[in-house]
Design a binder for this molecule. Sequence first.
Ligand code: F0G
Length: 458
Amino acid sequence: MGFRTIIEPFRIHSVEPLVMTTPEQRRAALADAHHNLFALHSADVLIDLLTDSGTGAMSRDQWAGVQRGDESYAGSPSWFRFLEAVRDLFPFEHVIPTHQGRAAESILFTAVGGDGRIVPNNTHFDTTRANVEYSGATAVDLVIPEGRDSQSLHPFKGNMDLEALDALLTEQRADVVPLVMVTITNNSGGGQPVSLANLHGVRELCDRHGVPLFLDACRFAENAWFIREREEGQGDRDVVDIVREMASLADGMTMSAKKDPLGNIGGWLAMNDDDLAEQCRTLEILTEGFPTYGGLSGRDLEAVAQGLRESVQHDYLRYRIRSTAYLGEALAGAGIPVVQPIGGHAVYLDAGALLDHIPPTDYPGQALAVALYETGGIRGCEIGSVMFGLQPDGTERPAAMELVRLAIPRRTYTQSHIDYVIEVCTQVAERAGELRGYRITSPPRPLRHFTAQFEAVA
Ligand code: F0G
């Protein structure tokens, strides 16, 4: 429109107070939490960038949907509104609602996983990996090499390595790989998008080898916006068209409606295969509920149905992607190493590079995340060796990168909140050399980052 400033495309209708704390109070809260930020009381957090999952602000029309929610056990109108909204973007034959993404993963991998099976993905998110492994199968990450290089400027760093995928599918017997999964955007790799061309390439390989393709589509709208902005020939398309094309390349999907669909809770599993759907619905009844509500209330179904419509609006996506980049560019401009290019839902600080005096075994990401909280009440999330270092055989291996993710809840914080975050990060970076590492004092557990207790290394 000729203006440089991209404003929040909404005004504020209802506010939540933020409570200021002193550094002493935050140090006490950290001690109580054994320096695990998941153990903090969120009331003690000023700016909560732990996750973009379920933490967004709902719109007026979503709240109106909450009022319309119909709590009939079976066949509620809210279910049919949800189904219609899902199918409008993802026209799969079967849609199986779940209370969140990992419930969809659990059902899917209970059905198709199992001992000896292998599931390739560009990069498994941690719950996806855990569900694959819990079934007895092996999770293999095949992102392109640029996706593992925090400074590569490749526009689609979430892309699948097609050669590696072809080699894996050629080497394995057909029944060993039950499906190929592509995560859009690639959360664990920095919120990086996957191109349409790459999805077409994966589809061709899946066709050639007779293996179905599933999308882990939590951030599908952000991925589609990146395609529109970065991929040749896509710049004039409506995001809705791009989303439908992505869906048309897949045989099914898992979804966490807590991300792009702007819900506080929700998810689904969808597919075209009738037999698989039958099996999954049986599992769903055991674990989630009747197939027209699947662990959700009618009002949740309504909120997600409306959120889906809002998630693909161009003004919203332009603001969403631009405001994340605003944070990332300011931090990079202040000399703080961040994963490039800036992803869709989060900025990833490269703690390994910033705190290169702390070895991976002393968890530089944890040190940085704790310092951000202590200094300014900002809660981020370590994505490094705390999260990924513990191997299934109990040994410890450093993660590929030592990152701290600052995830941006949708439509929740204003530019001045983000300016404050920039200031706090800059202050912490200025005294990076003083930060010390951490050691884990609690016994090893799967998904240990949620529960581990830490103490500072002397
Ligand atoms: N897949 C991806 C790519 C995710 O990012 C998540 C959740 C899930 C699946 C699981 O969905 O939480 O609804 O069960 N990611 C959140 C995060 C937790 O903070 O990135 P869920």
